[in-house]
Design a protein around this ligand. Structure first.
Ligand code: RP5
Length: 173
């Protein structure tokens, strides 16, 4: 039986080489105090581990799975094939046009097996964490309140940037 400290979000990636490119996913989960676990597993190199992990995740109390992979990026799709949990895919940047290979192989899922794919790179990884928080917030009032505060801070942040730019422009634009 999962306890209150049990991870609600699983972050998995195809290789440890992905971690430096996607670690902003963990920062966004930590910002909202969402318990999570982080694992390396590969759809191609450890297919049986991936199958078992995806199959057991819901019973372990996981509510959202975030899967990052690069190149022939099949990890998110394979996980989605083994679970009814929502799966968010992070395409990891590569040398092929910045990660276009990862993006297309993550996003172009066949009908019936959805993977909510975010953008390539650090912004996408951050959004994956935030999207997981938003999914959890549907059934968690305190997370909803934290998200409202987060949105208000965004407005204040952009307003401050606008004010700073107006200073630089000297009121001439
Ligand atoms: C993918 O292959 C991984 O997600 C990684 O992006 C890529 C390369 O892996 P390594 O060769 O660096 O282990 O499965």
């Amino acid at each position: 039986m999962p306890d209150s400290n049990s991870p609600l979000v699983a972050v998995v990636m195809g290789s440890d080489s992905d971690w430096p490119k996607i670690k902003s996913v963990a920062a966004s989960l930590e910002e909202f105090d969402v318990p999570h676990e982080i694992r390396v597993m590969s759809a191609h190199r450890t297919p049986e581990i991936v199958r078992q992990y995806a199959t057991m995740a819901a019973a372990r109390g996981i509510r959202v799975i975030i899967a990052a992979a690069g190149g022939a990026a099949h990890l998110a799709g394979v996980i989605a094939s083994h679970t009814t949990l929502p799966v968010i895919g992070i395409p990891v940047p590569t040398d092929v046009q910045g990660g276009l290979d990862s993006l297309l192989s993550t996003v172009q899922m066949p009908g019936d097996v959805p993977v909510a794919t975010v953008g390539v790179g650090a912004g996408g990884a951050r959004n994956a964490g935030l999207l997981a928080v938003q999914i959890l917030a549907l059934a968690d009032q305190s997370l909803q309140e934290k998200l409202s505060t987060f949105k208000q801070k965004l407005v204040a942040k952009v307003n401050a940037k606008n004010a700073a730019l107006q200073e630089v422009l000297g009121g001439n634009r």
